[in-house]
Design a protein around this ligand. Structure first.
Ligand code: PEP
Ligand code: CO
Length: 449
């Protein structure tokens, strides 16, 4: 929109953002961030948009994944490498089922701010502000730690820049070579328990052998050695987003320079709210979470605001209803999209509608329910004749015990062993890969290939 300004969101209702008490300190940080280089470039965001457009048409498939919340404490090269590695493995398996390229987008290099169900938390009669992610405050339950501190935005920027730097190096430096990725995947399928997936892995081996024999070697196929890998996060903390927003001189449009794709969460998608206002003016591809309370009318208004030119690849709708609930909610939204002839890319987030509290007190997500929602999502699209364009997971390459179930059967009793998430429970490396095999099967059935 021509009258869009990156500050317009400030006149809208401010929700799920901290009330910074020291406005002088806040302004100083914003001024500093505004001088820093953007983390991504407009051409990259446009390229991702083209890939997402292809996913919307069924000519590609989106794999979006990473931490619920990145954390300052757990920041390490190994953690980034491991998540990147599992995503490449998953992508290889999904490519096999989908028979189309897989678009890889990390919830990485900026996924720091969290919406919360309550503004405060009470422990033993003491009430303090809720933890809102490392870019805002700290998890420790003290008044100092919970007070929002604007200087954390600088640390988040630095961590995002270093993360993206490493991801770019991995993407092009030989680490993402297709043969190497396959060798890792074989490691998983060699285990006794992964018997069911071995056949698919063997077929992938045959395909790679054939390509090698046919002369598609590293030298002739640069794309087999390097990958496109994009970043995304919830665009929640708008002071941070605004400060990194830059004018793209080529197109005269505004770029959110904090990541390639930003999404609007289920709690902040009010059509007249600050987050929708901000996202309506940037050229990046935008994700919109759709939950049980999203009505067909809301969605129509949101599509008009967020994608007024009905550009393909601009808007990704991320359905997150919960296992067994997609059939109740998704059809009305799919039909609304069809009614207005909107271009969207439909993606399934089977995590956020399937969070439960275990008997041992941990927040968890049963693997079966996660898988169940993916299946529901595919079934609705099949019935409606529309395209399931991708999946969105909270996952890590680390061997954590946060979601129950899967081949190695994490039980409620095991949850305390390695429960490290800074927010919601994530699939661990083996659960992620297992899910990729299962989604791959769904995809090959859906596509009839
Ligand atoms: C998230 O993606 O971490 C999140 C909070 O999701 P939602 O907005 O869908 O609840
Ligand atoms: Co989450």
């Amino acid at each position: 929109m021509s009258d869009w300004q990156k500050t317009n969101w400030r006149s809208k209702p401010r929700i799920q953002m901290p009330d910074y008490t020291d406005s002088v300190a806040l302004e100083a940080i914003e001024a500093k961030l505004s001088q820093f280089p953007p983390l991504v470039f407009a051409g990259e965001a446009r390229r991702l948009k083209a890939h997402l457009a292809a996913a919307g048409r069924g000519e590609a498939f989106l794999l979006q994944g990473g931490d619920c919340a990145e954390s300052f404490d757990q920041f390490s090269a190994d953690a980034i490498r491991d998540t990147f590695k599992v995503m490449l493995q998953m992508a290889m398996v999904l490519t096999y089922g989908a028979k189309v390229p897989v678009v890889k987008v990390g919830r990485m290099a900026g996924q720091f701010a969290k919406p919360r169900s309550a503004p405060t938390e009470v422990i033993n009669g003491v009430e303090l502000p809720s933890y809102r992610g490392d870019i805002i405050n700290e998890l420790a339950f003290t008044p100092e730690a919970r007070s929002p501190n604007p200087s954390k935005m600088l640390q988040a920027y630095t961590q995002a820049a270093a993360t993206l730097n490493l991801l770019r190096a991995f993407s092009t430096g030989g680490y993402a070579d297709v043969n190497q990725v396959h060798a890792w995947t074989l490691g998983f399928t060699e285990s006794e328990k992964a018997e069911a997936y071995r056949e698919m892995a063997n077929r992938i081996t045959d395909t790679l052998d054939f390509m090698n024999a046919a002369g598609v070697t590293k030298e002739t196929a640069h794309t087999l050695q390097s990958v496109d890998f994009y970043t995304s996060h919830e665009g929640l903390l708008l002071e941070y987003e605004e400060a990194l927003t830059r004018l793209d001189s080529t197109s005269g449009k505004w770029l959110a320079g904090s990541g390639h794709m930003i999404w609007i969460g289920d709690r902040t998608r009010q059509p007249d709210g600050a987050h929708v206002e901000f996202c309506s003016g940037v050229l990046n591809p935008i994700g919109l979470k759709c939950g049980p309370t999203t009505t067909a009318d809301d969605l129509k208004v949101l599509m008009e605001k967020l994608n007024p030119e009905n550009e393909e690849g601009k808007l990704t709708l991320i359905a997150r209803f919960g296992a067994g609930k997609a059939a109740e909610h998704l059809p009305r939204l799919v039909q609304a999209v069809k009614e207005v002839g909107a271009h969207v890319t439909w993606v399934c987030d089977p995590m956020h509608g399937n969070t439960i509290k275990s008997a041992t007190g941990y927040k968890t997500r049963p693997f079966e329910r996660v898988l169940g929602e993916v299946r529901d999502f595919f079934a609705v699209h099949k019935a409606e004749g529309t395209i399931p364009g991708g999946v969105h997971f909270e996952m890590t390459g680390q061997d954590v015990t946060e979601c129950t179930g899967g081949l190695y059967d994490v039980t409620e009793e095991n949850l305390s062993d390695r429960y490290h998430t800074a927010c919601d429970p994530r699939l661990n490396a083996s659960q992620s890969l297992e899910l990729a095999f299962l989604v791959s099967e769904e995809l090959s059935q859906q596509r009839g290939k």
